[in-house]
Design a protein around this ligand. Structure first.
Ligand code: ADP
Length: 547
């Protein structure tokens, strides 16, 4: 057989850690303390990663053992991102906003041996530890270890005391690139949380895509405000992409409200940022009240939920370009990024591309499957369930007895995303809705996403979610849960009149409720499961109008 002459070489996190500390000593992780920035250079992060690995090895952590983190985005979390996978253990990022039942379930399901916790959330973790008999050690970072109370049998350590004085090198083991590196559970928006295990190779390839020009196009000149939590799909890959390209990361720690975020922006002047739409809605509202120049950010990547087109225009007005992206826990998460084709001069034509979820990279294949199982054409109109496959798409879910690829989620080697989409002839995907959120009324389908985008296009609305609710006559009708900027606009007839000019008459919702905040999931998306349940329980003051 004719053979390639190329060398073999495993794509491992240890190689990334060593590369970043040697080649980009000046790049930094910068953590907001509430008052200022706490900087660590990539060399320091590399040193601490080796110290942490030495410490964990002494605590008995072996290849493949799970080391969990229960942390905000900060320097110490980055140290864990580097050191834990590099030593051959598996980093398990726990979502801080899970319900207690879910958190305990996930810690036990993943069989976490060690948990590294921020002191600020240690009291929360303390409550879970009575239900997690397999946890052996908890390491408290960023505060006194006394912040944690643990039952007998669990050893509690201080992060600093544990690593201080240890060697700043570690004999990183030789790891096969397909070995596990990081695991993360889905946020359980539509069902039980499911574990996805990323490999060294999948993370490496994904990082290259994050930095490429069809991805987030990041490099050494960038400083990225990583608002998306490190427990939400690895902060969309930024901690590893940063090591690969020497990107400075600005970490907001626990200060995730619009006001402190704008303060961090003023102080650190990042060139780029990443967060879900609800965060940017909050930032936009705050900017209206207290104007601030944020044009130092050339771009912010927004995904995790559909970006309302009105939001893109608002940020254009601030000199900040929103780039829409789509992904899932199962897809590492980068699936699509919307970068309009080269050479489009008409801004409105360009805008029409920017509101889509974007194009797939070369490594991710996509297809659309209709209800009858047929594959749909890429004509920009035919909708079907989006299925994807590729080297950083999960082919199964984690279970203690080995990976499971249940039929509901996988289809002949493709991942069923649970999203309904269309794809244009030139490859731009538009998510119509999640299959579970589509509203069927009188036999016709309404996209809850499209309808809420139109509701939110009304400048009187701060945020709004649309869900289907039971209706005697039509089976289901859309219900709008909205937050208005000014109480006088909490007027159903006024809101309906706005919509009547923009959507077909039969789609205009009759039922509305005005609240001060739309319920959000643990990663900040509209929580439609909760909204439907609260509606059913009569929790909202629903105003109905058919005029
Ligand atoms: P969960 O499914 O628990 O919310 P994920 O964060 O993995 O956890 O969510 C992935 C889902 O989020 C996608 O399947 C899709 O429904 C939605 N999503 C992600 N990005 C976008 C986007 N840009 N537009 C619309 N929906 C999106």
């Amino acid at each position: 057989m004719f053979q390639s002459t190329m060398m073999e070489g495993e794509l491992t996190i240890a190689a990334l850690v060593e590369y970043s500390r040697r080649v980009f000593p000046e790049a930094r992780i910068r953590t907001w303390t509430g008052e200022g920035l706490r900087d660590a250079s990539f060399s320091e992060i590399g040193d601490k990663a080796a110290q942490l690995a030495n410490a964990l090895a002494e605590l008995g952590v072996e290849r493949g053992d799970r080391v969990a983190t229960f942390m905000w985005n900060n320097n110490e979390h980055q140290v864990a991102y580097a050191g834990v996978p590099a030593m051959g253990a598996v980093l398990h990022t726990l979502n801080l906003r899970l319900s207690p039942e879910q958190a305990v379930y996930i810690i036990n399901h993943a069989n976490d041996k060690v948990i590294i916790v921020d002191a600020s959330v240690a009291p929360l973790l303390s409550k879970y530890l009575t239900g997690t008999p397999d946890v052996e050690h908890v390491v408290v970072a960023n505060g006194p270890k006394e912040a944690l109370t643990a039952p007998e049998g669990i050893a509690v350590h201080s992060f600093d005391e544990l690593i201080d004085g240890r060697p700043t090198t570690y004999e990183w083991p030789e790891i096969a690139e397909r070995d596990p590196a990081v695991m993360c559970y889905t946020s359980g928006t539509t069902g039980d949380p499911k574990g996805v295990v990323y490999s060294h190779r999948s993370i490496w390839l994904h990082s290259m895509q994050v930095n490429s020009s069809s991805g987030m196009a990041l490099g050494n000149a960038d400083s990225v405000l990583a608002i998306v939590p490190m427990f939400h799909v690895m902060s969309w890959g930024l901690p590893f992409a940063a090591m690969m390209a020497g990107i400075t990361l600005v970490m907001p720690d626990r200060f995730l409200q619009p006001e402190p975020l704008l303060q961090v922006m003023a102080e650190a002047r990042p060139t780029f940022a990443a967060a879900v739409p609800t965060i940017w809605q909050g930032v936009a509202a705050r900017l209206e009240a207290a104007p601030q120049d944020i044009s130092h950010m050339r771009e912010v990547v927004v995904g995790g939920a559909a970006v309302p087109p009105s939001m893109i225009r608002t940020f254009d007005g601030h000199g900040v370009r929103i780039t829409h992206a789509w992904g899932m826990t199962e897809t590492s998460p980068l699936g699509t990024v919307s970068r309009p084709p080269f050479g489009i001069e008409d801004p409105e034509k360009e805008f029409a591309y920017r509101v889509t979820q974007g194009r797939f990279p070369a490594s991710v294949q996509a297809r659309l499957i209709a209800d009858d199982g047929t594959e749909q054409p890429w004509d920009g109109e035919s909708a079907g369930e989006l299925e994807v496959r590729g080297p950083w798409i999960t082919g199964a879910y984690y279970s203690p007895d080995g990976p499971v690829s249940e039929e509901a989620k996988f289809h002949d080697g493709w991942l069923r995303t649970g999203d309904v989409a269309t794809i244009s002839p030139d490859g731009f995907m538009t998510i119509v809705d999640r299959t579970k959120d589509m509203i069927k009324t009188g036999g016709e389908w309404i996209s809850s996403v499209e309808l809420e985008n139109t509701v939110m296009a009304n400048p009187t609305i701060a945020e709004a979610a649309v869900v289907g609710v039971p209706d005697e006559k039509w089976d289901e009708r859309p219900f709008v849960l909205a937050v208005v900027k000014d109480a006088a606009d909490a007027d159903v007839d006024k809101q309906r009149a706005y919509l009547a000019e923009r959507v077909p008459r039969w789609q205009v919702p009759e039922r509305w409720a005005f609240v001060t905040e739309v319920p959000k999931t643990s990663v900040g998306k509209f929580d439609k499961k909760v909204i439907r349940a609260q509606y059913a329980d009569g929790a909202y003051e629903v105003v109905e109008s058919r005029s």
